[in-house]
Design a protein around this ligand. Structure first.
Ligand code: SF4
Length: 370
């Protein structure tokens, strides 16, 4: 029996689910739909959407958690920068987001480094880092800055303010990443899915336009969807209709927030401060044109330009951790033998169990509903 109590608009959800069921019957084979967003995974798992869909409709989760895919080498390099600065008589204040703070690496987490007496603070936005830098003009304040397009836009806005003020003690370590190249890489690597549900928030920045080439060049049907459960269900329905009719298009379900061309001001700011580079994603390898580094003319804002340290290549994951397969949409957290046993949010073995956007963490949190 369907339990739609978690849906604000139960009648609408019921109607969409009935239409989905009809489409699924007409298609008559297994259909795999991928999303690439931790917030969508939260919507899906919290609402029990997998259990409400027909048996032949599978929702798989791709690389939707920027903290989970941040390379261990970058986290360790930032730690080494803190140590080198101390050796040279300078105490850095490091800020980052709460989930990044606890991400495990073979050399420990930022949380472990704080335990050694370093000044590491959790912030809700890069604006908090800016305020800290203003309050501590005699200290170097560094933001370890992860995130996809949605987070890069405010980071670029903050850099604009810092540059305009000539603030010299504010630096960043960019580990920003771009989402569409990761999807492109999955398609090229042969990850099998019939349609893609695009994240609404990323799409507010890059627009429908930013995703189009995934459809035109790789033949993947796409729907941009918002974050209410009925948004996601509509995304599923629109994709199933396209798949049944053999159509390959991109549709925008989230018209209340996403425009065709996206947010041009944000795109201009990102382009002014950052340039696109090939970049490593933890457990996924190097993905062409998927990283954002500060442009040469803004290098003085990059902490790596002040303290140069090297780190060896390190293993991405602990033995037995399936994060790589989870991030590729090839496995669900419940396929991992460590899930809920050795690996829990209190004692995470892999990065997917740490962030509130990590698929393993979300499955653990809403375990009763999937
Ligand atoms: Fe890795 Fe833990 Fe997820 Fe298993 S449950 S894939 S060990 S993060």
């Amino acid at each position: 029996m369907l339990d739609l109590r978690v849906f604000e608009n139960r009648e609408l959800a019921q109607r969409i689910l009935m239409a989905i069921t009809r489409e699924a019957e007409m298609i008559g084979r297994e259909v795999r739909l991928m999303h690439v967003c931790g917030t969508h995974e939260d919507t899906v798992t919290r609402s029990g959407i997998r259990s409400l869909l027909p048996e032949n409709i599978k929702i798989v989760s791709g690389p939707g958690c920027p903290v989970c895919i941040t390379p261990v080498e970058d986290i360790v390099k930032m730690q080494e920068i803190m140590r080198k600065a101390r050796e040279e008589g300078e105490e850095i204040i490091l800020t980052t987001f709460g989930d990044m703070y606890k991400i495990p690496t073979p050399r420990g987490s930022f949380s472990d480094l704080k335990g050694e007496g370093y000044d590491i603070r959790i912030v809700y936005s890069i604006y908090d880092t800016y305020k800290l830098a203003r309050e501590n003009p005699d200290k170097l304040v560094v933001h370890f800055s992860p995130g996809f397009e949605t987070t890069t836009a405010p980071a670029a806005g903050m850099l604009e303010a810092v540059a305009a003020e000539g603030m010299e003690n504010f630096k960043i370590y960019s580990v920003h990443r771009l989402t569409p190249p990761a999807v492109e890489a999955l398609v090229k690597q042969g990850t099998n899915f019939d349609g893609l549900i695009d994240p609404g928030h990323v799409s507010t920045i890059i627009g429908v336009k930013g995703w189009e080439y995934i459809t035109t060049e790789y033949g993947v049907p796409q729907v941009i969807a918002g974050f209410e459960p009925v948004d996601f269900l509509m995304g599923v329905l629109l994709l199933l209709r396209m798949i049944r009719k053999g159509e390959t298009r991109i549709e925008n379900e989230y018209t209340r927030a996403v425009r065709y061309e996206g947010n041009l001001k944000a795109q201009e700011l990102i382009g002014r401060f950052f340039e696109v580079r090939d970049a490593k994603w933890r457990a996924l390898g190097v993905i062409p044109t998927s990283g954002l580094e500060l442009r040469e003319e803004w290098k003085e804002l990059d902490i790596r330009n002040i303290y140069r340290v090297g780190v060896p290549k390190l293993p991405d994951l602990e033995k037995g951790c399936l994060c790589g397969a989870v991030l590729r949409g090839l496995a669900l957290p419940t396929d991992c033998k460590l899930f809920g046993k050795e690996c829990t949010p209190r004692h995470p073995v892999g990065p997917c169990m740490v962030s509130y956007e990590g698929t393993c963490s979300i499955f653990y949190k809403y375990g009763a509903l999937f």
